[in-house]
Design a protein around this ligand. Structure first.
Ligand code: ZN
Length: 308
């Protein structure tokens, strides 16, 4: 595959629907975003997505596949969105088929964090690796697992929920049912709740504010971020023991709080992982930014096109 081939990616998010057209070499021919309709109803969203696809296919008729990234649990066999935290009214929505009805191309549906991981593996921080994990620190904490260069999906398509590794079996209750999950400490709202408490400031609005304070020399802010990094580091040690990856890529809004978070991760990894694993592991921030989801959906589109 060369720059002659390209695929279309659509990243369905709670706030934006992002599109990208990408060549096999990772050249982005097109990227765009529109607001997700506030109704968030399946019919409205399917209509908008079908129109976007038609417009893109007029401009890029040679596309070999279409990938759709969606939050929530994606049923690989039936190609449904089983349930999605961003779209509470979506139960078993046949999104893939609804889009496929409009086009003569293979269409693939994939979980959005898996798309992010695929993009970072194919064209981003993990380019050239064979064994890579990705963690996305956003509203929730998502993950993706690349084994021998391929996305690992598990028996029902739900593998890679790395944010629901428990780091304290008596820890706080997570929405998934487990206790003490990584997500429960690093998901946006939990992170902010803990930050507000530890910094005694209920006005904190975003993780970036905490990192601003850390940069300005607020020791409490630095300590808080390092502490969250240590929690994440503890999860990374478990992941290293399971997967022996070359690299763990950390993305999402929270990855931008920077150095103190990574210092905390490394502290725990050096203390607690097998020395031989700790020596060679790379733990790095994601590279592709906020379009990674749409790029990864295009990567899924390539997979779909290639398998035809
Ligand atoms: Zn959980």
């Amino acid at each position: 595959l060369t720059d002659q081939n390209y695929a279309i990616g659509i990243d369905l998010g709670g706030t934006f629907i992002k599109t990208a057209v990408v060549t096999a070499n990772g050249n982005v021919l097109h990227k765009h975003q529109i607001d997700t309709p506030t109704t968030r109803k399946p019919d409205d969203i399917i209509k908008i997505m079908s129109n976007l696809v038609s417009e893109l296919l007029e401009k890029y008729p040679q596309a070999i596949g279409i990938g759709i990234g969606s939050p929530g649990l994606v049923d690989k066999e039936r190609n449904l969105i089983r349930e999605s935290p961003n779209f509470p009214s979506w139960i078993n929505v046949p999104l893939r088929q609804a889009i496929a009805d409009h086009v003569h191309l293979p269409v693939f549906l994939e979980n959005d964090v898996n798309c992010f991981g695929l993009a970072e593996h194919r064209w981003g921080a993990g380019e050239g690796t064979k064994y890579m994990l990705a963690l996305a620190l956003g509203t929730g904490v998502g993950g993706a697992v690349i084994i021998e260069g391929k996305l690992y999906r598990g028996c029902s398509g739900s593998a890679g929920e790395l944010g629901h590794i428990s780091v304290d079996r008596n820890g706080p209750q997570c929405l998934c049912g487990n206790l003490g999950c990584l997500e429960r400490y690093l998901g946006n709202s939990w992170f902010l709740e803990a930050a507000s408490e530890e910094l005694s400031d209920p006005s904190l609005q975003s993780p970036v504010e905490v990192s601003e304070r850390a940069k300005n020399g607020d020791r409490k802010a630095v300590q808080f971020l390092e502490g969250r990094g240590e929690i994440l580091g503890s999860g990374c040690v478990s992941l290293m023991n399971i997967f022996d990856p070359e690299m763990i890529v950390i993305g999402g809004g929270l990855s931008k709080v920077g150095e103190p978070l990574f210092n905390g991760i490394w502290k725990i990894v050096r203390e607690r992982a097998y020395a031989s694993l700790a020596k060679k592991i790379k733990i790095v921030p994601a590279k592709l930014g906020t379009t990674a989801g749409a790029l990864g959906a295009a990567a899924v589109g390539f997979e779909a096109g290639e398998s035809q």
